[in-house]
Design a protein around this ligand. Structure first.
Ligand code: C5P
Length: 227
């Protein structure tokens, strides 16, 4: 059986990563969370003072990009690969609302995108990969055998992200989460370099009223049809 590339793009908090992980596990593929890589660069920028009190030193960050080494390591207890920044596990640190509120500004920087896209293409060079993000089907893997574009209403997405953050022990309000989701969608869709857009050959899935099982079944069916 051939190993295909599955590209899953879409707006923030559409549940892309949850279903991507399940599909990858089922097919024995590698799952790559490309958003975690943009979050890792953002976290680095915050830790090193390039983002401070709403001031963003873009030049400083770009000059230091070489010092940022991002890797993934499979954690069998959780069943997926966790993200590491310069050898340190930062899986939990990158999911905060603080990182979320800066990440789209970091993701606008072409030098950052170039570095991360190169690494993402390396991860997927042999196929057998499920990658989710904003530009996977348009820029990273324009020849992916299966491209999906996930959508859901902003309110549904904010509710999901809010519950996730509360479960992780973060103190946030639903209104702040909704505002963040809408702001990120706006910046991600309107930036100059690789804006979030549905690839012409992507299949759109609105999962506002779909259960996880229904999404999984639908995507698996689509994947099997291309195998
Ligand atoms: O997927 P997640 O919501 O964790 O992504 C965080 C942010 O990273 C997005 O809002 C977007 O600004 C950026 N991103 C991107 N391109 C990708 C993946 C994520 O610009 N392929």
């Amino acid at each position: 059986m051939k190993s295909i590339t599955i590209a899953i793009d879409g707006f923030s908090s559409t549940g892309k990563s949850t279903v991507a992980k399940q599909i990858a596990k089922h097919l024995g593929y590698v799952y790559v969370d490309s958003g975690a890589m943009y979050r890792a660069v953002t976290y680095y920028a915050m830790q090193h003072g390039f983002i401070d009190n709403n001031h963003f030193n873009i030049e400083g960050l770009v000059e230091n990009l070489k010092a940022i080494i991002i890797s993934f390591k499979f954690n069998k207890d959780v069943g997926f690969a966790e993200v590491y920044l310069n050898g340190v596990n930062i899986e939990d640190d990158i999911r905060t609302l603080e990182v979320s509120s800066f990440v789209s500004k970091v993701a606008e920087i072409s030098e950052v995108r170039q570095k991360l896209v190169e690494q993402q293409q390396q991860f997927g060079k042999d196929g057998g990969v499920v990658m989710d993000g904003r530009d996977i089907g348009t820029v990273v893997f324009p020849n992916a055998e299966l491209k999906l574009f996930m959508t859901a209403s902003a309110e549904t997405r904010a509710e999901r992200r809010y519950s996730e953050l509360i479960e992780r022990g973060n103190t946030v309000t639903y209104e702040d989460v909704l505002q963040n989701v809408q702001e990120r969608d706006y910046i991600d869709s309107n930036r100059e370099d690789s804006p979030l857009t549905k690839a012409k050959d992507a299949i759109q899935i609105d999962n506002s009223n779909m259960s996880l099982q229904e999404q999984f079944d639908k995507i698996l069916q689509l994947a099997k049809a291309t195998l």
